[in-house]
Write a protein that binds this ligand. Structure first.
Ligand code: SF4
Ligand code: SF4
Ligand code: SF4
Length: 352
């Protein structure tokens, strides 16, 4: 028996806002986007049950998953709990716009870990995270955070880093801390036709500045969790990274689209990478396509195999790699960051 991790998209690519850097909007624009049907939910649960996972993690994502409505989630969780005996955990990533008391209470009752997308203060967040009429979503997101606090739901903040947001990292970090937000994760933007980009130097600068902010607080006894730094410390302590993009290998989860189609990664939900469907006989068995997807991530460039930081970096996320998935476009940023911060991370890891 093996654990099973599913990233479920109950509302497909549908979203109630229109962030400029949204890559999923692009991926879904030629598809029919509909809320997952009861039939698809029942089929998914049947196939999970037949797979008999030792543990199950279900992460709801979008588009905007809350568009599927309260009843969808209430029924989904009830069906999972009444059909499966294994340990199950739930997470959900949201822009927060539709969060209300009913959602927040439900998340608390069912132990959801909620990720709220917020790039920083009003000015930073309004740069890209606007609604379909071009209006700010900032207040609605802060309102969602207040609800999660009120119901004591476990949550973290997800911020996207591009050239512009990287410049604002000091003010964003200070703002997030002032709001009492201490579980943070930062992800590089996906570059595309949206005109949003992240240069090597901007990323390098972000990595160093965010580390300094974190470090200064850490030595004062004011710990803030920043996911990529926590993962580096974990690696130095001998633990495997929990962040897929830092494992050096793909293939740890399945994306389940609303229509039941399966993909190997949120960044690769394209026809070319479709693995199958929950309507297949054995959807979670590793097939040739998934094996090929995983194998690609194991190709190591000679730069990486001879790199003194390989254990920390592992070549980075495959989506950032070029040249047959062997060269990471941020390699120089990582090297320079490790030169800058590895000793301090090692010192902290030794003290833990
Ligand atoms: S909230 Fe998420 S899914 Fe919606 S537009 Fe923004 S990035 Fe895309
Ligand atoms: S491409 Fe990156 S995020 Fe996707 S499975 Fe591979 S390492 Fe994980
Ligand atoms: S820092 Fe560069 S060379 Fe070293 S492991 Fe990372 S990507 Fe490879």
């Amino acid at each position: 028996m093996k654990p099973l991790t599913l990233l479920v998209k109950p509302a497909a690519g549908l979203c109630n806002i229109s962030c400029r850097y949204c890559f999923y909007k692009e991926a879904c624009k030629t598809r029919e986007n509909r809320i997952m049907t009861d039939n698809a939910v029942d089929r998914l649960i049947l196939k999970i049950k037949q797979y008999q996972p030792s543990a199950l993690t279900v992460m709801f994502q979008g588009g905007e998953p809350t568009l599927a409505g309260h009843e969808f989630f209430e029924s989904f969780v009830l069906k999972i709990k009444s059909n499966l005996n294994c340990q199950t955990s739930f997470a959900l990533q949201t822009n927060g716009v539709l969060l209300d008391d009913r959602f927040a209470r439900f998340f608390w009752e069912n132990g959801f870990l909620v990720g709220i997308s917020l790039d920083g203060n009003r000015q930073t967040n309004d740069r890209y995270r606007l609604d379909k009429e071009g209006k700010s979503t900032f207040e609605k997101t802060l309102n969602a955070i207040s609800l999660l606090k009120k119901y004591k739901v476990e949550f973290n903040i997800l911020s996207v880093i591009d050239d512009e947001n990287a410049k604002d990292i000091e003010s964003s970090y200070a703002f997030l801390k002032r709001q009492g937000l201490r579980f943070l994760q930062f992800i590089p933007c996906v570059e595309g036709e949206n005109g949003v980009s992240l240069s090597l130097r901007a990323y390098e600068s972000f990595l160093k500045k965010s580390f300094d902010l974190w470090y200064d607080d850490y030595v004062k006894g004011d710990y803030v969790s920043i996911r990529h730094i926590d993962n580096y410390l974990g690696i130095l302590l001998g633990n495997p990274p929990e962040n897929c993009a830092m494992c050096g290998v793909c293939g740890s989860y399945f994306v389940v689209e609303a229509n039941g189609d399966l993909y190997p990664c949120d960044f690769y939900c394209t026809e070319e990478h479709k693995l199958g469907s929950i309507f297949d006989e054995n959807p979670f068995e590793i097939n040739v396509k998934q094996k090929a997807f995983t194998d690609e991530s194991l190709l190591i460039h000679e730069h990486c195999s001879g790199c003194k930081y390989y254990m920390l970096c592992r070549g980075g996320c495959k989506r950032d790699r070029t040249n047959g998935f062997t060269e990471n476009r941020f390699c120089e940023a990582y090297k320079s960051f490790f030169d800058y911060a590895a000793q301090r991370m090692l010192m902290i890891a030794r003290s833990l």
